[in-house]
Design a protein around this ligand. Structure first.
Ligand code: NAD
Length: 472
């Protein structure tokens, strides 16, 4: 069994206490990792601050950062197979999905590496006696808190634009599933980034995470995780007016219009809610179906769900375990609550008799006001319901406190676009769930958070504008 370490100021460091990493497919310990202390967090913040104050990232020509970023992308691809095996075993996801996380991480470094030397300010005309221009300058020390569901790709999603823009980063990996990120940072270590530019700490959120976000040296917080943790962090950030990006939860709805193509709906439902065992912030957790198509689509969804092969990530099963016993208990408790409120379980709703932390693919018929229709489950649980007309569909889709993504299925472009434009959320998919990419801005409204990751837009969250106004 391998013991993994934290990366502080260019050194791999052990700690007095360790965190046990469990394989959710077997419920057995897979490895251990050093649990960072508050002193470790202070050392990482000092290293990042020194990297910034010495100008090690910001004073080089931006093209040098581009080279580091592109070298990093190459190095990540080289370790993708090795890293994917670790990520699959610690997290439960399939080997293919775990490898995709590393390849996506490499893409973030390519994409933002390509932007590092193109972050140009503007010249502002003020008449003949003045010269005025803007510059983009880094925020400074960026503290980035990462969740367990896509630890490698989410880490790279924030780390790559931050480094491209010239920030030093202190990353807090999740207590569950921290090992893949160790492989990611090992790959980055092999390229030219200066000492202190990247620091990785695994440790308790309530101890190390909260210490980092409230540290005097933090210039920016990027948090991806649950709503209650995000709210707690924001209260602290308010004290110091620390700029923050919040990527929180969701309860996203897909609307199936009368003329939707059945095969597009069903394949999107499969990836939308059963990919990564439904542990996706932008999962399709609600399916709203035109009443004229309700019975047909409902029956096709249930048949698809019942035919999914349940098994481990190493077996490349259709439905893999949820990440932990606590997550399994939480998902099952929400299903029980749905039953108490009068919802109908159409399939699943139980833990299969297997060694790991599995939840059978579950489809629940519920009304819009039930807790299962309002709260994020973060498991393989789809809520379905019919609607009378498009106005009602939009009202139901927009009727939660979240607003991350949404979707519309329909063949008539005008009508589909008209519905799409009324949906509350940072991204709307038409005729394919997860149709975007790393090039498309992503983020939420309402309790789903604020700020945007991905796309060209995201890099502007990692910089501040300075205006230079000159009287000639
Ligand atoms: P979580 O909030 O429990 O933990 C997220 C991270 O915050 C972990 O690293 C944890 O250690 C840390 N943390 C906990 N308490 C903290 C504190 N007081 N101060 C600082 N850090 C602290 O979330 P989770 O269970 O790991 O992730 C699941 C949640 O993340 C879901 O709600 C999901 O929707 C959301 N999520 C959102 C996105 C997005 O891009 N919008 C992506 C993935 C996951």
């Amino acid at each position: 069994m391998t013991h993994y370490l934290n990366f502080i100021n260019g050194q791999w460091c052990d700690s007095h206490t360790h965190i046990s990493v469990i394989n959710p497919a077997t419920a057995q310990e897979y490895s251990t990792i050093a649990s960072a202390s508050v002193d470790d967090a202070n050392n990482a913040m000092l290293a990042a601050r020194q990297c910034i104050s010495r100008g090690l990232l910001s004073d080089v020509r931006p093209a040098v950062r581009t080279t580091w970023m592109l070298d990093a992308a190459k190095a990540i691809k080289e370790i993708a197979d090795e890293g994917a095996l670790a990520l699959c075993r610690e997290n439960g996801k399939t080997l293919a999905d775990a490898k995709d996380e590393f390849l996506e991480a490499a893409r973030y470094f390519e994409y933002y590496g390509g932007m590092a030397d193109k972050l140009e300010g503007t010249s502002i005309p003020l008449g003949k006696n003045y010269i005025d221009f803007t510059q983009y300058i880094p925020m400074g020390v960026s503290v980035q808190i990462v969740p367990w569901n896509f630890p490698v790709s989410i880490c790279a999603r924030s780390l790559a634009p931050a480094l491209a823009a010239g920030n030093a980063v202190v990353i807090k990996s999740p207590e569950i599933s921290p090992v893949g990120m160790v492989y990611l940072v090992r790959a980055l270590e092999s390229v030219g980034f200066p000492r202190g530019a990247i620091n990785l700490l695994c440790g308790k959120g309530s101890v190390v995470g909260s210490h980092l976000v409230e540290h005097n040296d933090v210039n920016q917080i990027v948090f991806t995780g649950s709503v209650p943790t995000g709210q707690r962090i924001l209260k602290g950030a308010a004290e110091r007016a620390t700029p923050s990006v919040m990527e929180l939860g969701g309860k996203s709805a897909a609307i199936v219009l009368k003329d939707a193509a059945t095969e597009k709906v069903i394949s999107s439902v499969q990836t939308g809610i059963f990919f990564n065992a439904g542990q996706v912030c932008s999962a399709m957790s609600r399916l709203l179906i035109d009443k004229a198509r309700y019975e047909e689509i409902k029956s096709a969804v249930v048949t698809m769900a019942e035919n999914l092969v349940i098994g481990s990530g190493e077996e490349q099963a259709d439905l893999t375990p949820v990440v932990s016993q606590a997550q399994q208990i939480s998902v099952l408790a929400m299903i029980e609550q749905a039953k108490k409120e009068g919802a109908t379980i159409l399939c699943g709703g139980y833990a299969p008799d297997l060694a790991g932390y599995y939840v059978a693919p579950t489809v629940i018929e519920a009304t819009p006001d039930m807790s299962i229709s309002q709260q994020e489950v973060f498991g393989p649980v789809l809520v379905i319901m019919p609607f009378e007309d498009e106005q009602q569909a939009v009202k139901i889709a927009n009727g939660t406190e979240f607003g991350l993504v949404a979707g519309v299925f329909g063949e008539a472009l005008n009508q589909t676009l008209q519905v799409a434009q009324q949906l509350r959320g940072g991204q709307v998919f038409i005729n394919e769930w997860f149709a975007g990419g790393i090039e498309t801005p992503f983020g939420g409204v309402g309790l789903s958070g604020f700020g945007r990751e991905k796309g060209q837009e995201a890099i502007y969250s990692y910089m501040q504008t300075r205006n230079i106004a000159i009287r000639l």
